[in-house]
Design a protein around this ligand. Sequence first.
Ligand code: G3P
Length: 193
Amino acid sequence: MDSILLVLLAYLYGSVLFGEHIAKWKGVDIRSVGSGNVGATNVARALGKKYALLVFLLDMSKGLVPVWLARFYMGIDSWTVFLVGVASVLGHMYPIFHNWKGGKGVATAFGVLLGISPFLAFLTLLVWLMVFKWKGYVSLASLTACVFAVVFSLFFMPAKIFLLALVITVLIFYRHKDNIKRLMEGRELKVGS
Ligand code: G3P
């Protein structure tokens, strides 16, 4: 498969905001609820856990499917995997179909990691679960898990995958700047808020 085409398709598929579409289908404007984000956490606030899980899985598929294809056709240590991974997350964050106003990229990034290494994805998920159980904030669990994903990939993955994890983590931190501010001020929303 052609690398440029795969990168383009990854970006376009990433640009489909399932959270916004599913909430709209249920009669809810997701951007006017809770944090205003289009991700699974805010869908949980607006529509409950069942729809949140659906949105999480669909958002995750935006990273998983293109990266798995890139890995299958070009090999794990290729620039195509790097570019496809970044493109899928950027699609979710800056979607062409939604005026460039997207989400924070965590579920899609998790899909990227799963497509690269189910083992690293599992380790990262464990970190996420521990922090979430400890503090109860999805954003804090997500940010901590991102940092650990970078550290894990430094030890277990080729250099390009480490770079991919680093770039995606920087993007995710940038998209969480309001969450970070709220966390520091003790005003962050929990899932049930
Ligand atoms: O993945 C987004 C999550 O980390 C935070 O979501 O809605 O609380 O801003 P939210």
